[in-house]
Write a protein that binds this ligand. Structure first.
Ligand code: PBG
Length: 337
């Protein structure tokens, strides 16, 4: 008896999913996600000095750069088609105080870096991190009193920090502090000062993660950090709570969202991007980068394919783009592909 067409619909041997995988051209045609330099945001660490390049030991290939070298590095990003950079400060321990006053200094290293980048490369997007930890002698994102990280007092400072960054010429402020209510407060301050076009990229779902260790080495906040950040960053056990965080930030005026870290939170990224349809970025954080580089240094992974695989996984999960320390490297690889 001939097999019924119904029974064989979508079944082997008429259907062979390997058929479309066989050749490069066909794989290209059926690819569901794509990765381009235009998807990438490159974080940079700015520090004092001239012609100064200080490697970050736990992040092979990442350096703290004096502003002149930051500008040169941004030139490379521009040439590779990377649309935006994120500037982080690495400041001397003496400048770190309990009130994080340096965060509000319009001539701090971040603001000077922003002005220098804007002058040299007016077309690239500049994102500034809003949080006190690189400036705070206790390594916390907010003001600390009697061992507690204060919310509302911190928000008032974050607003002033965002304002000096906007005045320096940044295009996007990215609050990474996880205080309640900061997105709305920052929006109001920026609007009141005429910076209606400055975007807010909110670290909406940011987890209390072990994967930030190398970043804290880079900005020098790790050694200073007293305790942990679990009273403000999210519990890795929680997913539904991330949707509440995101909903609040959108209602307060966030233009774009970040889910952070990246790979361990792909489920959250997927849920956020599907639920809200707001541009959502994955942050492939320092510890993820360090893990990859360490395995590659040992000869245990093929670095190029492993890197591109992690990045495409973010796109597959729904990311609009990825913040990654490997942005330059990835953009170069993509030119060859
Ligand atoms: C600071 C901040 C952190 C990161 C980005 N902004 C560290 C932290 O919250 O402790 C982490 C980035 C990374 O690990 O690459 N608020």
């Amino acid at each position: 008896m001939p097999p019924s067409p119904q029974k064989h619909l979508g079944c082997y041997p008429r259907t062979r999913l390997r058929r479309t995988r066989r050749t490069v051209w066909s794989r290209q045609l059926v690819a569901e996600s794509r990765l381009a330099a235009a998807d990438l945001i490159w974080p940079l660490f700015a520090t004092e000095g001239e012609r100064r390049r200080e490697p970050v030991a736990s992040m092979p290939g990442v350096d703290r750069l004096s502003i002149d070298l930051v500008v040169e590095a941004v030139g490379e990003a521009v040439a590779l088609g990377i649309p935006a950079v994120a500037v982080f400060p690495s400041i001397e321990a003496e400048l770190k105080t309990p009130d994080a006053a340096e965060a509000l200094n319009p001539d701090n290293v971040v603001c000077r870096a922003v002005r220098a980048i804007k002058t040299a490369y007016p077309g690239i997007g500049i994102i500034c991190d809003v949080a006190l930890d690189p400036f705070n002698s206790q390594g916390h994102d907010g003001l600390v009193q009697d061992g507690r990280v204060l919310n509302d007092e911190t928000v008032a400072l974050l607003c002033r920090q965002a304002l000096v960054q906007a005045q320096a010429g940044c295009d996007v402020v990215a609050p990474s502090d996880m205080m309640d209510g900061r997105v709305g407060a920052i929006r109001d301050i920026l609007d009141g000062a005429g910076f209606v076009e400055v975007q807010i990229m909110s670290y909406a779902a940011k987890y209390a993660s072990a994967f930030y260790g190398p970043f804290r080495d880079a900005v020098g906040s790790g050694a200073m950090l007293k305790g942990d950040k679990k009273s403000y960053q999210m519990d890795p056990a929680n997913g539904a709570e991330a949707l509440r965080e995101v909903a609040l930030d959108i209602s307060e005026g966030a233009d774009m969202l970040i889910v952070k870290p990246g790979l361990p939170y792909l489920d959250v990224l997927r849920a956020v991007s599907q639920t809200f349809g707001v541009p959502t970025f994955a942050y492939q954080v320092s510890g993820e980068y360090a893990m990859l580089k360490a395995a590659v240094a040992n000869g245990w992974l093929d670095g190029e394919t492993a890197l591109l695989e992690t990045l495409i996984s973010f796109k597959r999960a729904g990311a609009s783009g990825i913040i990654t320390y490997a942005a330059l490297e990835a953009a170069r690889l993509l030119q060859r592909h």
